[in-house]
Structures are given as C-alpha cells and as structure tokens.
Write a protein that binds this ligand. Structure first.
Ligand code: GTP
Ligand code: MG
Length: 199
C-alpha cells in the first residue's frame, strides 16, 4: 500500500470523544517504550507524526491519525509503566480497556512486544484478556534491528511456542524495526487486505 497522506486528527481522553466517522481503524498497544509511536511514524513515513521518547509513558491519550483519507491509525498509551499505572486499580488503565472494549470501529489491534525479551507476564495477560473479550489482534515484534538474525529467529520461535501452550492457533505475526523499516511493507499490505474486507 502506498501512503499518500497521513495527518493527526485528535487526541481523546476517552472512547466517546474519538472520531465519529465509520472508517476502519487499527490501534497500536503494548508496554510503555516498546515502540508504538515510532512504528506509526515508520509506517506512515512521517517522522514527527506520533511523539516518541526514550522515557516510558510518553503517549498518554488516544491519538487518531487519518491515512489516505480512508482509515485510521491509533496510537495508545502504553501499559506496565509503574509511575503511570500506580493510581489505577487495574494493570491496564481504564482508558485502554474502555477503548478496546467499546470502540466499534476498531478493526484490529496490533499488540507490540520487544523481540529482545523473554515473553513477559503482563503481555501474556493482556493477550489473554483480548482472547476473553474476543478482540481481533495481531502480534508485532519490535526493535528487530537490535538482535542478530539467529537470535531474532529463535526469540520469535520461542514466543510462538509459549503462545501455543494456551492458544490453539497463532495470531498473525509481524517482525518489525522502526530503525530499518523491516516489516513495514508486510504490515501495510495486511492492513490493505483488511480494509478491502471491512464493510
Ligand atoms: P510510550 O508512548 O511511552 O508508551 O512508548 P512507545 O511504545 O510509543 O515507544 P516510542 O515509539 O516512544 O519508542 C521508545 C524508544 O524506543 C525510543 O527511544 C525509540 O527511538 C526506541 N525505538 C522504538 N522502536 C525502535 C526500533 O525499532 N529500533 C530501535 N533501535 N529503537 C526503537
Ligand atoms: Mg508512544
């Protein structure tokens, strides 16, 4: 898919403030600092579209970006960052859970995990919560540039094995790097296919 245009629409503090248009929507979720905002910038080819930072907890609101005037990319706050979630009773903040459970336009959620790490409990719990809520998702490994090819292949295979201990089937899996652009075309082509099937 070719990105002809990408622009910021709005930041929302809750789902009911999100754009009313009935367009296909793809949101990025994962632990703070995993690379959600960076990946949105790489996918769109617009470096400064979503704000990024080496300090976790940068994205605090639901940010909508409109792409090619006919679908949305959504940058969500991260989870698992102690300073941010301390006041919240749940591990996954109200803003995230409300969006995931109530945003009818959500076509697919991309769950990002850092490919360098062992599967983390919080991500596995989040994936389980998605399964229970019946939210369609794909798994996106980030920061692939930080590993050798061998380590990359073995970490991805290990993650899949862990998932298959609880899931009968694997979700779609993408391996990406916002540094090098690895996985960008695959991800955009996947979105393109889904867009064609959304009524
Ligand atoms: P929050 O908004 O705080 O939840 O973080 P985020 O998930 O949006 O992460 P963000 O995109 O702000 O990136 C966090 C840090 O990781 C930044 O310093 C990025 O430059 C770095 N980073 C993100 N993606 C990659 C990648 O693919 N490769 C490398 N080497 N660094 C990356
Ligand atoms: Mg962010």
């Amino acid at each position: 898919m070719i990105i002809k245009s990408a622009s910021f629409v709005c930041s929302s503090t809750k789902t009911e403030q999100c754009p009313k248009a009935r367009l296909p929507e793809y949101a990025f979720i994962g632990r703070s600092n995993v690379g959600k905002s960076s990946l949105i910038n790489r996918l769109t080819g617009h470096g400064g579209l979503a704000k990024t930072s080496s300090t976790p907890g940068k994205t605090q609101l639901i940010n909508h970006f409109i792409i090619n005037n006919n679908w949305y990319l959504v940058d969500l706050p991260g989870y698992g960052y102690a300073k941010v979630s301390k006041t919240s009773r749940s591990k996954f903040s109200g803003i995230i859970m409300d969006y995931i459970n109530h945003r009818e336009q959500l076509t697919l959620l991309f769950v990002l995990v850092d490919v360098r790490h062992e599967p983390q409990k919080i991500d596995l719990e989040f994936i389980t919560a998605l399964g229970e809520a019946g939210v369609p998702f794909a798994l996106v490994f980030t920061k692939a540039d930080k590993l050798s090819t061998g380590a990359l292949v073995s970490n991805v295979a290990h993650y899949k094995e862990i998932l298959l201990q609880t899931w009968e089937e694997l979700p779609p899996v993408f391996v990406t790097s916002s540094e090098t652009g690895t996985g960008r075309d695959e991800l955009l082509d996947y979105i393109d296919q889904l867009n064609k099937n959304v009524n």
